[in-house]
Ligand binder design. Sequence first.
Ligand SMILES: [Zn+2]
Length: 128
Amino acid sequence: MRCGAGGVAAVKLTEHFNRSEMTTTQSGIENRPTLDAWINMTRLCCDVLEPLRAIVGALRVNSGYRSPEVNTAIGGANNSAHTYGRAADVVPLARDISALDVMAALDGFRLTRRSLNTAGDRRGYTSK
Ligand SMILES: [Zn+2]
């Protein structure tokens, strides 16, 4: 997978995540990321969201980057990781996400279909 390349579609951060879904806000307040935040968001998509999507299917981003003003307006935590582009709240569209799914995405392991039915049995994992 080419990650972070952007390609011809400049609106894309990675293959399955685009700029607008990572910056959309219902607050009505301008929500313009800094360059550092864009870089962080691209890494977040590459390192976490794309691997997670590969395991559980499509994800809807409910909240990605938040400017400090947006974060304050919506009652976000002080110094929230969202204000650095290092967090995204996502909802799986195909099925629920288990802790095992997240561990698999973050550990760089890929779950086989069989191993999903034997949760907790690491013999089912195949190294990526
Ligand atoms: Zn969050």
